[in-house]
Write a protein that binds this ligand. Structure first.
Ligand code: BDR
Ligand code: CA
Length: 311
C-alpha cells in the first residue's frame, strides 16, 4: 500500500476523502493533520476524529495544526459545508482526542520515521505544510510527493480566478510549490467533474452499511446545496477525487506544466498554469517571478473515478 498522510479541513468532501482513503486496501493512512479552512480548527479536529471512528480507523493519530492562514484571516466556508463543517450531519460522539503534539511535529515524526517515502495529500489550505517545510526542510528527502487539491488552470471558486484552498493561504501554497518536493495538482479542472447522482446517494443513505449511510448523507448535503442555483455542488465527491487519483492515476490526464501562485492584486490566490506548447522566455528565465513544474491534472474519466469511489 501507498503510505499516506492526509492534511484536512473536514469539511464535507474531506470527510468523503478520509472515508475512501481508510477503506481502500492500497492506501495506508499513517496520520491525519488538521488545519483551519472550511471550519474552525477545533471543529475540524472534532469532525476528523468522528469521521475516522465511522471509518473504523480510530487508531490513526490526528493532530491539530494552524488556527489560521499565514497572513490571511480565517474565513469560514459555512455557506458550502454548513456551520459545523459537515452539513449538519450528526455523528456519534468520540472518546478520542488529538495527539498532544502539533501537526507540524506529527508530520515531521511520521515522515522521518517511515521506512519508505511518504505521500502527503493536502485537501485544505496548505498552512501546515508550509510551516512543516520551513521548520523541518529535511522531511523533503522522505516525501514521495505532495498531492494537493487546490488551484485551477481555468475558473476559480473563491474568486473568479482563485480556488478556495490556495486563495485562503496563497503564501503557503507558494512555499509548498517551491519546496522542491514533486507536486501533483488536483485542481478545479477535475475537482468540478466527479459526482454521484442523487438516486445513488439516496440509496446509500437509506442502506444498511454504516459508512455508506454517512457517505450518502454527505453527498445528499451537496445535492441539496445545488438546488440553490447559485451553488454548483451537485453530488461532487470533491477532495475524495484527489485520493482516488493516488490509486487510479490512469483515470486522469495530467501534464507537466509550469505553475505559480499569484500573490498580489485581484488575482491573489490564482494558480497560473502555463499551457503553451513551448514555455516562453518569461517562464524559462523566471522573468515574471518563480515558476515550478508540477504535474497538473487537466482531464478526468469522471465516471470511472465516481465508480471507484462508490466501490
Ligand atoms: C476546496 O475547498 C473546500 O471547500 C473543499 O473541501 C475543497 O478542499 C475546494 O475549493
Ligand atoms: Ca477540503
Amino acid at each position: 500500500p501507498i503510505p499516506v498522510i492526509l492534511d484536512v479541513d473536514t469539511g464535507v468532501d474531506d470527510a468523503l476523502a478520509l472515508l475512501f482513503a481508510v477503506a481502500h486496501p492500497e492506501i495506508d493512512v499513517l496520520a491525519v493533520s488538521c488545519v483551519a479552512g472550511n471550519a474552525s480548527l477545533e471543529q475540524v479536529v472534532d469532525n476528523t476524529l468522528r469521521i475516522l471512528d465511522v471509518a473504523g480507523a480510530g487508531d490513526v493519530p490526528v493532530a491539530a495544526g494552524a488556527v489560521r492562514p499565514l497572513l490571511e484571516p480565517a474565513r469560514s466556508a459555512s455557506h458550502v459545508h454548513g456551520a459545523d463543517g459537515l452539513g449538519g450531519l450528526v455523528l456519534p460522539e468520540t472518546s478520542r482526542h488529538a495527539v498532544e503534539s502539533s501537526a507540524v511535529e506529527l508530520l515531521r515524526r511520521t515522515i522521518l520515521e517511515h521506512p519508505e517515502p511518504v505521500t502527503l495529500v493536502a485537501l485544505a489550505p496548505q498552512t501546515n505544510l508550509a510551516l512543516l517545510l520551513r521548520t523541518h526542510p529535511e522531511v523533503a528527502a522522505n516525501l514521495e510527493r505532495i498531492v494537493f487539491m487546490g488551484g485551477s488552470a481555468s475558473v476559480g471558486n473563491a474568486t473568479a480566478v482563485a480556488e478556495f484552498n490556495v486563495w485562503h493561504d496563497p503564501e503557503a501554497a507558494a512555499i509548498v510549490l517551491d519546496s522542491g518536493v514533486p507536486c501533483y495538482m488536483y485542481g478545479l479542472d477535475v475537482f468540478n467533474r466527479v459526482s454521484v447522482a442523487q438516486d445513488r446517494a439516496a440509496e446509500l443513505e437509506a442502506g444498511e452499511h454504516p459508512v455508506g449511510r454517512v457517505v450518502g448523507a454527505l453527498l445528499g448535503h451537496r445535492i441539496a446545496l445545488s438546488e440553490d442555483e447559485r451553488a454548483q455542488y451537485t453530488g461532487l465527491i470533491g477532495d475524495a477525487g484527489a485520493v482516488c487519483a493516488l490509486v487510479a492515476p490512469e483515470a486522469l490526464r495530467t501534464e507537466q506544466r509550469p505553475v505559480r501562485v499569484e500573490l498580489a492584486g485581484y488575482s491573489r490566490g490564482q494558480t497560473l498554469v502555463d499551457l503553451r506548447e513551448f514555455p516562453g522566455e518569461d517562464v524559462v528565465h523566471g522573468l515574471a517571478g518563480e515558476w515550478t513544474t508540477a504535474e497538473v491534472a487537466l482531464g478526468v474519466d469522471a465516471e470511472r473515478v465516481a465508480a471507484l469511489f462508490l466501490d
